[in-house]
Design a protein around this ligand. Structure first.
Ligand SMILES: *Cc1c(COP(=O)(O)O)cnc(C)c1O
Length: 355
């Protein structure tokens, strides 16, 4: 056996979570967001496991082309649109839709000769102040796009800055509705948090990301939404140390034993994607039993507390997150969000699919 770390991707849990989206949004089409290698789960794997999805949302043209080459026929949307006019022929050739968020993108569409039109989601900046046209600038942009033979306008989209907070959407909904003739077009507004918390945002297309992977887009636990973890990161204990009172563990000597302790060394470190900022006390599971991290995470190893787990030892299974240990809990302990941990799974971690 090689190094015992492994990410298990549970495709049944993925399909289950897709059905949670479906149940929550009976009248909307679903764009499964598979940017960032499907939040670390494998872009093609996830796309192929969701044949019912109405479409997929990605970031780069190469991702869209890879999906088409793998036989994916549903809609594909580039969430930030194209970055350069040189991408447009590939978008047209592969029927990849694009967000258009800037006047520069409109100009590129106008100036490039294309064999067939590209489908566009016009992106509105309703308060996030990241990408998009302000509501008052939208009619002029829409008029230019409609006059451009390279363009087929499909929808208006916007993105919420705080759909994970109470009343996080109201002012952006108001801004969106203020666009002249807004209801002449299909709408795409909701991310996972808005889909789950504000059904009024679902409209024609929802863009579901994190919830597909079984992590929570809000402060509520994922299980409260009926979501199941898709990725389980697990490894084994490769060594055990009997630590004496007063001794320290690991780099920086940040953890000091105040009594005799047993420490299990786990083959998982920050080079595998485990957060180095996770402090002593971050939950882990050893043979399915709750335990905790001790001391600093190093590049290839971390240390867990076996003092209360006398049956655990070398070769015991350690779950870093996933089944039985929501990634959101580990993320919270490390001062981040589940999204970041899932996306950061390192390429060196072998992945196996189950179910
Ligand atoms: C990433 C992204 C989403 C998905 O967000 P989740 O919170 O993961 O559901 C939706 N829309 C846009 C524009 C995005 O960039």
């Amino acid at each position: 056996m090689s190094r015992p770390i492994l990410a298990r991707i549970d495709l049944a849990a993925l399909r289950h979570n897709y059905h949670v989206v479906r149940q929550a949004t009976s009248h909307s089409k679903i764009l499964a967001v598979i940017k960032a290698n499907a939040y670390g789960h494998g872009m093609l794997r996830v796309a192929q496991a969701l044949p019912e999805a109405d479409g997929f949302a990605v970031l780069a043209v190469e991702e869209g082309v890879a999906l088409r080459n793998a036989g994916i026929r549903q809609a594909i949307l580039m969430l930030e649109g194209f970055f350069d006019a040189s991408e447009l022929p590939a978008l047209a050739a592969h029927s990849i839709s694009t967000a258009v968020h800037s006047i520069e993108q409109v100009e590129m569409l106008e100036k490039t000769a294309l064999p067939q039109p590209v489908s566009v989601f016009l992106k509105l900046n309703t308060g996030m102040n990241r990408l998009g046209f302000r509501p008052e600038a939208a009619p002029a942009a829409l008029a230019r796009l409609r006059a451009c033979p390279n363009v087929n306008v499909l929808a208006l989209m916007t993105h919420f800055a705080s759909a994970d907070e109470p009343h996080g959407i109201d002012f952006q909904m108001t801004a969106f509705q203020s666009v002249a003739d807004v209801d002449k077009w299909p709408h795409s507004l909701a991310n996972s948090a808005a889909t789950l918390e504000y059904p009024c945002t679902q409209q024609d297309w929802v863009r579901a990301g994190i919830m597909l992977y079984g992590a929570s887009p809000t402060e509520k636990p994922a299980a409260a939404y009926g979501l199941e973890p898709v990725m389980t990161l697990e490894s084994h204990i490769i060594a055990v140390q009997d630590v004496r009172p007063g001794e320290t563990i690991g780099y920086g000597r940040t953890f000091r034993a105040d009594r005799p302790m047993r420490a299990g060394i786990v083959a998982c470190g920050y080079a595998d994607g485990y957060p180095r900022h996770a402090p002593t006390g971050t939950p882990v599971r050893v043979n399915g039993q709750p335990s905790r991290l001790l001391g600093r995470v190093s590049m290839d190893m971390l240390c867990v507390d076996l003092t209360e787990l006398p049956d655990a030892g070398v070769a015991s299974k350690v779950t870093l997150w996933g089944e039985g240990l929501p990634v959101d809990i580990v993320a919270k302990s490390a001062g981040t969000i589940g999204y970041e941990l899932l996306c950061a799974l390192a390429p060196r971690v072998p992945v196996i699919e189950v179910n």
